[in-house]
Design a protein around this ligand. Sequence first.
Ligand SMILES: NC(=O)c1ccc[n+]([C@@H]2O[C@H](COP(=O)([O-])OP(=O)(O)OC[C@H]3O[C@@H](n4cnc5c(N)ncnc54)[C@H](O)[C@@H]3O)[C@@H](O)[C@H]2O)c1
Length: 460
Amino acid sequence: MARGAFGSSDAEIDLLVRGKRCGIAVVGFGYIGTVIGAVLADRGWPVTGIDVRQSVVDELNLGKTSVAEPGLSELVANSVRTGRLRATTDFGVIAENDFVIVNVGTPLGPDYEPIVDDIKAAAAAVGEHLQAGHVVILKSTVPPDTTETLVRPILEAASGLRAGVDFGLAFCPERLAEGQAIHELTSIPVVVGAVDERSARACATLWRHALGVDSVVVDDPRTAEMVKLADNLWVDLNVAMANELAKLCDQLDMDALQVIDAANTMPKGTHNVNILRPSMGVGGYCLTKDPWFVNHLGESVGLELSIPRTSRTVNDTMPTYTYGLLTQLLADQGKAIQDSKIAVLGIAFKNNTGDCRLTPTKYVCALLEESGCQLSVHDPWVPDDEAVTVTSVPLSPDIESAVKDADALVVLAGHREFHQTPLTRLADLTAAGCVFLDGRNSFDPAAVRAAGFVYKGIGR
Ligand SMILES: NC(=O)c1ccc[n+]([C@@H]2O[C@H](COP(=O)([O-])OP(=O)(O)OC[C@H]3O[C@@H](n4cnc5c(N)ncnc54)[C@H](O)[C@@H]3O)[C@@H](O)[C@H]2O)c1
């Protein structure tokens, strides 16, 4: 039986998707799965989330999510209420869905190798319920050849069906950034690498109608798998370059942001130079691991690559560098860190998110805790049970109590809330000669100095 998205004519697939008659199963309802599932449901498609964690399923069915992404809670609540979004641990629902989107995690192992155990388990469970006409789309970040040589054989063995003949199979990397995920999901083109042309067309039809975005169809899944790694290697390396420029500018007493902004006006190739911003560190699930995937891939073919190691090493130095800047700034004020009160503002790895996964702020907090200083920490985005993964200091409930009598304010996440309290009010609350170390370069140095602080940014 050729039900659904694979094997029908283009016009039939178009009608099926456009008419919102195709069911979409989203396997792995973590960060990415929840964003994709909630957006597709909000735009009118019936979505079933499948996750092995019962707690995630129960929470979702109550119309809630603990994924901290702006706008996501509302989408989840509305879509569950209207019945377009539900979740289950039962893979049997795969049978009722035309598209199966897999977003399980792919963490790093102890030797920086990718762990694909969840991919294998998810593929086996999906395969058991796969039917002719289904299209399986893998979105987890994986090393090249994973779709063809790992996922495909598992799906085929478990289902008795053939990819590219009975069911569709493609790899479409997820390239959205946390904090603006909902907007990016519906604006960034999707890269499609499929095992055959019909699978590619079915995916492109889904993304065109369901997300309103174009597809960039590449030759095969392995090319699409490499695209994702190339994107993240570029970002990590670019930030590493900005961070080394910042260290240099700190020594030479220059403003790295002025240098970068002016440098970025030079046309090169089809675009301008685009150096990203220096900061106190790089965190999150992707940039901290994907360059290691590339490094591991190089090793697997006998290549000793320099760039992934370099970008990771440089970016991993930034928390210690930031702590060093702080001790120097305090010393310049005649203060020793162990005798100082330090207020950390923001512990999420990214501005305006509550995500603390692999956050570099953890290393700054650890150094501060070891220093013997009196430490307060405030982050309006991070729940208490997440904050304990970063610091043993309980979160202060508000910015004013956190900064009271502080000798130094250390901004580790540039959340918008920190800009809502007037700088003069913060200066009134803090000790005389208070140091303001902006680890995210998110404040205007002149305004901070005008309020009476001793300002320092990363590279400025
Ligand atoms: N977080 C990001 O910003 C981002 C961006 C782009 C790509 N990615 C990639 O997307 C993938 C998912 O990332 P994430 O941040 O959503 O991870 P996550 O850890 O938040 O979510 C993974 C989910 O999969 C579930 N799961 C594990 N094994 C399962 C199985 N066998 N069957 C069903 N569910 C299972 C887990 O319970 C969890 O809820 C990763 O490969 C990641 O590299 C992440």
